[in-house]
Ligand binder design. Structure first.
Ligand code: C5P
Length: 205
């Protein structure tokens, strides 16, 4: 069984994907980490994330970057969003994601284009979303708990520009697959949101 979980930044798709993987005993890939690793590597190399060649070169990042806590930083998320617009970057990361999805027992993948590009034949596609305010509040609380001192307004502004860049890019934009199930969790906490996701997946089987 392949489960695709897509949605915008801070929608809770990662938490849902991890929870679904645990519930169904499937391996999980957070594909955002791959784009974050490219963003971090381009910075480490002194390259320009907006330059297609520099960004393409950074897809050769060392595997150890995938476990670097720096990856979770807001600034690296913004770099990831910039490198992810380049066609060659997306192409370079595609095989790795498809190989993960093709494991014999199935897998859960979360990202922006899993249901549309990486695994268009996924058995279940969830599109997880929430209002900008709900997402900004969650991201703000998460950052404060990690000791990162950022204002709510700065986070909200960054979310809006990240959404716009992810939705409006030419290559694999963030968009609901025609056969995706929408899960709006603006008024749910993490546990309710996972329970609803499990209910939706069970209902399709
Ligand atoms: O999900 P996360 O915030 O870690 O993703 C960081 C950035 O990587 C996103 O803003 C998006 O631009 C990009 N991304 C993508 N396709 C994916 C996963 C992430 O373009 N499948």
């Amino acid at each position: 069984m392949i489960i695709a979980v897509d949605g915008p930044t801070a929608s809770g798709k990662g938490t849902i994907a991890r929870g679904l993987a645990r519930h169904y005993g499937l391996p999980h890939l957070d594909t955002g980490l791959l784009y974050r690793a490219v963003g971090l590597h381009v910075r480490n190399l002194g390259g320009n994330p907006d330059d297609p060649l520099d960004a393409r070169r950074a897809t050769d990042f060392p595997d150890r970057l995938l476990t670097d806590p720096t990856l979770r930083q807001e600034a690296v998320g913004a770099l990831a969003s910039r490198v992810s617009v380049h066609k060659d970057v997306r192409a370079a990361l595609l095989d790795r994601q498809r190989a993960f999805a093709a494991q014999p027992g199935g897998a859960v993948l979360d990202g922006r284009d899993i249901g549309t590009v990486v695994a268009p034949h996924a058995d279940v596609k969830l599109f997880v979303t929430a209002s900008v305010e709900a997402r900004a509040r969650r991201r703000h609380a998460e950052m404060l708990s990690r000791g990162e001192d950022v204002s709510y307004d700065a986070i909200r502004t960054d979310l809006i520009s990240r959404d716009a860049r992810d939705r409006n890019r030419a290559e694999a934009p963030l968009i609901e697959a025609a056969d995706a199930i929408l899960l709006d969790n603006s008024d749910m906490d993490a546990a309710q949101s996972l329970a609803e996701a499990i209910r939706l997946v069970d209902a399709t089987m």
